[in-house]
Design a protein around this ligand. Structure first.
Ligand code: AMP
Length: 224
């Protein structure tokens, strides 16, 4: 069995989304991002979206009972039966425990947890420079990936905005929440022998090549 069941762990802005995109393409894993699922619910103004938006705008976590059900449903779907890549889940110990119990019930297990680390100041700089086209979702960065004309989308000319949860004060709260509630998961998965640490400071391609090397080893171990 060579099912790859991976978790991407790390503070917001460490580059999880970028790495997930590459991993998804190369290893054909469904990328399950609870943040994306919630943002979609907010955009569609569903009941879940209404509930989640106040937590998200303040940079706080949506309650465990809401997010756990959503996530377990997603990994039970047919396209995630042969492997998955979780991004943004688990964020708390109860979420990790619920995931472990659910996987065990169906005879599956995690292959590895990839922790991407970056210093807080670097994170604030990265996230608070993000600008997004609210219509297409296209993301720019004022320093690293600016549009041709400041504040305007290159493709459709829409005005770019800063997401509420990307504002510097909210980012600092997201980081505080991360250190308090999510960082303990590193120890949790280390004890289970599943944790692999990566420095998120180098260029994304460099980070990816290190992650790829680790996954190659994990795949090899699965087949032995
Ligand atoms: P992200 O894009 O992963 O940073 O998620 C954006 C926001 O969605 C977070 O700041 C939380 O408010 C919420 N969120 C995403 N995933 C979770 C989760 N696993 N548990 C609780 N809240 C979450």
């Amino acid at each position: 069995m060579s099912e790859l069941n991976l978790i991407l762990l790390g503070p917001p802005g460490a580059g999880k989304g970028t790495q997930a995109e590459q991993l998804r393409t190369e290893f054909e894993l469904p990328h399950i991002s609870t943040g994306d699922m919630l943002r979609q619910a907010v955009a569609e103004q569903t009941e879940l979206g209404e509930l989640a938006s106040s937590y998200m705008d303040a940079g706080n976590l949506v309650p465990d009972d809401v997010i756990i059900g959503l996530l377990l449903q997603a990994i039970g779907r047919s396209d995630a039966r042969d492997g998955f890549l979780l991004d943004g889940f688990p964020r708390t110990i109860p979420q990790a425990e619920a995931l472990g119990v659910d996987l065990e019930k169906v005879g599956r297990k995690l292959t590895g947890v990839l922790l991407i680390e970056a210093p807080d100041e670097e994170i604030v700089r990265r996230i608070s420079g993000r600008r997004v086209n609210p219509k297409s979702g296209q993301i720019y960065h004022v320093d690293f990936d600016p549009p041709k004309v400041e504040g305007i989308d290159d493709v459709d000319g829409s005005e770019l905005v800063q997401r509420e949860d990307d504002k510097p004060e909210t980012v600092r709260n997201r980081l505080a929440v991360y250190h308090e509630q999510t960082a303990p998961l590193a120890d949790y998965y280390e004890h289970l022998g599943l944790l692999h640490r990566f420095d998120g400071s180098p260029a994304p391609a460099e980070v990816y090549s290190r992650i790829r090397g680790t996954i190659a080893t994990l795949k090899l171990e699965e087949t032995i």
